[in-house]
Write a protein that binds this ligand. Structure first.
Ligand code: PNS
Length: 164
């Protein structure tokens, strides 16, 4: 019997993708057959980068991972996962402050799509403090973001954030 490949989705606004995201994606890629990095709209945030830019930055950052692809979707994450027969959503958990929001999202996604699981990976200690917003704030004050943003996109992210 042919076994179905297990697909996971790493969803987020990726505005922009950081080394923290990349660590979670890389670890998910080691656990699942295929990982889709899914660039979504978070209605609670105003994005600094356009969707096309966020997808492009994510694609260039995961180019060395052979079982990882990047996609975008304008609707509900649970609907996308149904459409693509996704087995699990993988998210990184940084601290207790992330938990309540992620727990609520996980419950809602399970209600909308009971066939799918949410898996939380504990963020690497070095990335505990890292977020796209802190990277943007640091760059806007001329700080060095090279430790926090994937090397292939560093120059473009710096240039783009200086334009703002
Ligand atoms: O990186 P973020 O901003 O924390 O990611 C949040 C995101 C984009 C995954 C979340 O806002 C999302 O799933 N948006 C798509 C709409 C949706 O499915 N919402 C959850 C059920 S109401």
């Amino acid at each position: 019997m042919k076994e179905r490949l297990k697909t996971a989705v790493c969803p987020g606004s990726f505005d922009p993708i950081t080394n923290g995201h990349l660590d979670i994606i890389r670890r998910a890629a080691g656990m699942f057959d295929r990982v889709i990095v899914l660039v979504l709209h978070n209605p609670e945030k105003t994005a600094s980068f356009t969707t096309a830019e966020r997808v492009d930055l994510a694609r260039r950052s995961v180019a060395d991972m052979e079982n990882v692809v990047v996609d975008t979707f304008g609707g509900l994450l649970a609907d996308y996962c149904k459409m693509k027969q996704v087995a699990a959503i993988v998210k990184g958990l940084r601290a207790v402050s992330d938990f309540e929001y992620e727990f609520q999202m996980g419950l809602m996604n399970k209600k909308l799509n009971p066939d799918m699981e949410t898996v939380f990976l504990i963020t690497a200690q070095d990335n505990m403090f890292l977020s796209s917003s802190i990277v943007k704030q640091l760059a806007s004050f001329g700080g060095d973001i090279s430790d926090f943003v994937p090397a292939p996109i560093l120059t473009d992210v710096e240039r783009r954030l200086k334009e703002k």
